[in-house]
Design a protein around this ligand. Structure first.
Ligand code: NAP
Length: 247
């Protein structure tokens, strides 16, 4: 039987037109939430929202690096759907290169999307959540934010920054019953990892105790847990979902 315990809740999942975000949106919707899917592409967001189980979902174009668009999104969701209970900051990009070849733009775009984008979303969503004395914020960081990674100085820095943001927001908002946690996936099968060479994939699989890359649904299940009643005494935590790659 489907667990309907998110019935009546409204969730936003950023960057949910594909990949991990889409799997998270599908899981929250399957468990009863009304879900707002965002992405830069309106077509991508609307198409993904149309495929969600249940009714009342929305697909909205919103670039998380655009503060005015983010504020307008939160206003619209709170106005049209009456509330915002769950915010999942999932939108993220990579611009990989070895550090000495990393351009200023590679740094700025990754930090703006992965870290500043999450900050803008949290800042806009926090006011209403604090007023309502309820809210769940879940940030999708990465295992490389905890370990570092060659060729990903910008990405790892953005994801490590998200850990600091998560822990600080958790402390600031706890007295208003707004909980903030992060999920740190290892290597998950999505467009982001589809360009791995066979050799890179094999070498990765050898490092993963469970012997396989993860599925987006593996991450979605943990986000669902953090969004629900069973996680009401957890805040400021980073849950690693990496198949035992880093133990
Ligand atoms: P993906 O397949 O590349 O999807 C990224 C999503 O983010 C798309 O929906 C994209 O849609 C959206 N997006 C990108 N820039 C955006 C912006 N400025 N504003 C709004 N939306 C934006 O990525 P994924 O692999 O599912 O990764 C999702 C999250 O998990 C990311 O934060 C990533 O860093 C993290 N993660 C992934 C892995 C992995 O192995 N895949 C591991 C650890 C962590 P548009 O292009 O239309 O905007």
């Amino acid at each position: 039987m489907t667990d309907r315990t998110l019935e009546g809740k409204v969730a936003i999942v950023t960057g949910a037109s594909r990949g991990i975000g889409r799997a998270i949106a599908e899981r929250l919707a399957a468990d009863g939430a009304r879900v707002v899917i965002t992405a830069r592409s309106a077509e991508g967001a609307e198409g993904a929202a149309a495929g969600l189980p249940g009714a009342g979902h929305l697909g909205v174009s919103c670039d998380v690096t655009d503060a005015a668009a983010v504020d307008a999104l939160i206003k619209r969701v709170e106005g049209d759907l009456g509330s915002l209970d769950i915010l999942v900051n999932n939108a993220g990009i990579t611009r990989d290169n070895i550090m000495v070849r990393l351009g200023d733009d590679d740094w700025d775009q990754v930090l703006d999307t992965n870290l500043k984008g999450a900050f803008l979303m949290v800042r806009a969503a926090a006011r209403g959540m604090m007023k309502r004395r309820a809210g769940r914020i879940i940030n999708i960081t990465s295992i490389v934010g905890l370990t570092g990674n060659r060729g990903q100085v910008n990405y790892a820095a953005s994801k490590a920054g998200l850990v600091g943001l998560t822990k600080s927001v958790a402390k600031e908002l706890a007295s208003r019953n707004v909980l903030c946690n992060a999920v740190a996936p290892g290597f998950i099968e999505t467009d982001m990892t589809s360009e791995l060479t066979d050799a890179a994939r094999e070498s990765l699989q050898e490092q993963i105790a469970l012997g396989r890359l993860g599925a987006a649904e593996d991450v979605a299940g943990v986000v669902r847990f953090l969004a629900g009643a069973d996680a009401s005494y957890i805040t400021g935590q980073v849950i690693v979902v990496d198949g035992g790659m880093v133990v």
